[in-house]
Design a protein around this ligand. Structure first.
Ligand code: HEC
Length: 118
C-alpha cells in the first residue's frame, strides 16, 4: 500500500521525476529480461537502473558476455541507439539475443527513458 501512496504523492507534486521516467510502450519487450529497479536486481539481462553514461558491462553482480566486458563502450545516447538497433552490430558476441528495434522513434523513446533512469 505505502509505495502506491508514495507514487501518487510524487506524481501530484510534479517533480522531481520527469515524464521520461515512465517506460515507453516499447519497453514492455525489454522487461522480460531487464529490471530497472533501483535495488539493482538483475534477471536474464543486467539491471538497467542508472545505465546512462556508464561503461558497458559494469553492473556489479551480473555475468556479462566476454564481448560486452571487453567492449568498454560508454552508454551515451549514440551507443544506446546503435545497440538497440542492432545489438550484435555494436557489440559482436553480445549475449543479448534480440533482433533489434528497427523503429527509430521507438529507439529514441527507449534511449530517453534509459538516460532518465537515475
Ligand atoms: C531476451 C532477453 C533480453 C531482452 C528481451 C532485452 N535484453 Fe538487453 N540485455 C540482455 C542480456 C543477456 C544482456 C547482457 C549482454 C552481454 O553481456 O553481452 C543485455 C544488455 C543490455 C544493455 C547493456 C547493459 C550494461 O550494463 O552494459 C542494455 C542497455 C540493454 N540490454 C537494453 C535493452 C533494451 C532497451 C531492451 C528492449 C528493447 C532489451 N535490452 C531487451 C537480454 C535482453
Amino acid at each position: 500500500m505505502a509505495p502506491l501512496v508514495g507514487l501518487a504523492a510524487h506524481a501530484a507534486t510534479g517533480s522531481p521525476a520527469p515524464a521520461a521516467t515512465q517506460p515507453p510502450a516499447a519497453f514492455a519487450q525489454c522487461k522480460a529480461c531487464h529490471s530497472v529497479d533501483p535495488g539493482g536486481k538483475s534477471g536474464i539481462g543486467p539491471n538497467l537502473f542508472a545505465v546512462g553514461g556508464k561503461i558497458a558491462g559494469t553492473k556489479p553482480g551480473y555475468a556479462y558476455s566476454p564481448a560486452m566486458k571487453a567492449s568498454r563502450k560508454r552508454w551515451d545516447r549514440a551507443n544506446l541507439d546503435a545497440y538497440l538497433a542492432n545489438p550484435k552490430g555494436l557489440v559482436p558476441g553480445t549475449k543479448m539475443m534480440t533482433p533489434g528495434v528497427s523503429d527509430a522513434k521507438k529507439r529514441k523513446e527507449l534511449v530517453d527513458y534509459l538516460m532518465a533512469l537515475n
